[in-house]
Design a protein around this ligand. Structure first.
Ligand code: G3P
Length: 216
């Protein structure tokens, strides 16, 4: 399973990239706003920090506008992945862009039928938003299961990128279902490393090691 970080904070990205466990980055207009940086400049910087795909989202709603913006964004770096919304114009743009060899992440997916459309449009990634799904009384993980089943039924190559992840349990469930990618806020990635018994264990070992009076 690939790990992407869902942020436009370059300090966080740089720190997490140093672990060697980071496979890519996703951003969206809200995250760019939160970072308070120039979109083009911050996207370029992120693309230099990681080798994997960096999703940068278009804001136009019509096909021509999306294609125009995608043209600007894909010139930033080879690892830019154009993010388009799951609309008719978004999927039309997806089909055209992936046909030209550009990576596309179809975002704001909230149903298995929408995911089926994204796969038919040749999306590189589809982003079902599990957290927002849960927040609205739907079962986010059931959506991931349904998409996995449908994609496997037809051997679609579109990767299931679980987005809007809120906590480590979402990551665990996504991995059990066989999602291809989890994009997580930095705090969730950091949370994956933690276990109270690991910390307790280290404490105990270090206390006993000190008693040996030895050093390595
Ligand atoms: O990048 C898209 C997605 O991960 C947004 O998450 O927490 O705003 O629902 P959230």
């Amino acid at each position: 399973m690939k790990f992407f970080v869902d942020t436009a904070d370059t300090k966080e990205i740089a720190e997490l990239a140093e672990t060697g466990l980071l496979d890519g980055v996703t951003t969206n207009p809200s995250l760019v706003h939160k970072a308070g940086r120039d979109f083009m400049e911050v996207t370029k910087e992120i693309c230099d920090l990681v080798d994997g795909p960096v999703s940068a989202e278009v804001v136009a709603l019509d096909h021509e506008g999306m294609m125009r913006e995608a043209e600007v964004l894909r010139k930033i770096a080879d690892n830019v992945c154009i993010k388009v919304p799951l609309t008719m114009d978004g999927l039309k743009s997806c089909k055209k862009l992936t046909g030209d060899g550009t990576m596309v992440n179809v975002t704001l997916c909230f149903s298995a039928n929408q995911a089926l459309l994204a796969a038919k449009a040749g999306a590189t990634f589809v982003s079902p938003f599990v957290g927002r799904h849960d927040d609205n009384g739907f079962d986010g993980m059931q959506l991931i299961e349904d998409i996995r089943l449908i994609y496997d039924n037809y051997a679609f190559e579109t990767q299931v990128l679980v987005a809007s992840i809120r906590h480590p349990i979402h990551v665990l469930q996504s991995a059990k279902i066989g999602a291809d990618v989890a994009t997580m806020p930095p705090n969730v990635i950091r949370g994956l490393f933690k276990h109270v018994l690991t910390e307790k264990g280290i404490e105990g070992f270090l206390a006993d090691w000190a008693k040996t009076g030895q050093s390595i």
